[in-house]
Design a protein around this ligand. Sequence first.
Ligand SMILES: [Ca+2]
Ligand SMILES: [Ca+2]
Ligand SMILES: [Ca+2]
Ligand SMILES: [Ca+2]
Length: 481
Amino acid sequence: MIKRLLVLLLLFSSISLAQNDDCPTCPPNGSDNTEYEVIKLEDQIGYGEFVEGEVLVKFKDEINTVLGKSGNGLAVTGIASVDALFQNYSVAEVNKLFPKAKRRVDKETFTTFNGYTFERPSLHNIHKLKLSEEKQRSVFELIDELNELPEVEYAEPNYIYSIVEDEPVSPELTEEELIEWLDNNPEYKPMNSEYSSSPDGISGINNVTPNDPLYSQQWGIPACQIDAVWDSTTGDADQIIAILDTGVDWLHPDLQNKIWQNPGEIAGNGIDDDGNGFVDDIRGWDYINNDNNPTDDNSHGTHVAGIAAAETDNGIGIAGVNWLAKIMPIKVFQSSGRGDAATITEGIVYASEHGADVINMSFSGTFRSATMENALSSAYAGSILIASAGNEGVKIQAVPFYPAALSYVLGIEATSGSGNEAEFSNYDSDGPVYSSWSELFNYELKAPGVNIISTVPSGNYRAYNGTSMSAPLVSGAFAIY
Ligand SMILES: [Ca+2]
Ligand SMILES: [Ca+2]
Ligand SMILES: [Ca+2]
Ligand SMILES: [Ca+2]
């Protein structure tokens, strides 16, 4: 029990709060927002990039729909006012995004870790519409008309999000080549020895040094005193970290023994054994190609996964923050790094329904999707939600980036070797608790995100800079606890 408490203490003292002292006029943390300080959101919400010809609409929970086709082949819902719009806008397809989601019976409110209370949404009655080709450009007119109907809770575009674009530091290299490259490029060669020290004031805790050859250059681990936490615990094999990203190279030698296996599914029999709607999903799902092979055709997801939970103390490559937790690969971004809100939302629901303890989201965007937020706030009941703040160097008071800014998502900023905010990192200049936004948008934590070495496909390794790298360090650490 005492060890557990020490672990908690260490984690919270070492991964620093997103506090910033450069705002002397800001109210102290924990003060209440006043009406005067509340910035209205409406002006900030614009029309971003979206999937052409697609609309997401949620009908109110009590509304019943009967989906089908009309005589002229257009989609119908059984709601007269909606079907009239479908005719006008030539809606060719309508599908329920979550056919198994139940309607909300009793109102349930929940309070986030910084005190924001709201009603837990249901995923019932969320539909994806596709307009016929000739009407593809009418998305916003249809959305405006749908939002006027009493049966509609909301209608929105299917916004596009991107993985956080991070800056590569080294080429993609084998373990031996990367060691040589770092020797030849000492300005990028962080040394753990500069950060490793026994935690102050706590006796009986030792720093653990695993035998992975690149560990001596994973400065972020000792900088967060995670090597001291390892003295008490190296994680738990029952814990699952879902990586919502471009996929994960699950055959990488430093990852292959760490991949989650779906206990209810039998491999390769062509049957959906656990009845979850996905055939042979033994190791997660690829929502881009709609198959059971969520491998990585970009390299972002593999890098992120390795930071959180690469195999540690196995004599090869890097150490993961979490020695035992399993990686659940969920591919919701294309090789280009782009993904849409509906697809990402399906991935969030998969992670949540299959027991992810932590959902890592190294992506961000400036547009809000009610569909994605409904799924995230539902997932918050059972999963810790962690997201990168993004690499634009912009403060949250000017432009919040989602999902990191949401009050039930831990938004992670990046620090450099000096322990200061990385120049590129988006930041929260009035600290992790106080927010000038009525919905209490905050970035909550900071973690190392410069010269971070991790796994990339084909058994290789690479160093990157970015808040994408900071988030999985926190994901691995939270799963340890
Ligand atoms: Ca299945
Ligand atoms: Ca390793
Ligand atoms: Ca947040
Ligand atoms: Ca704040």
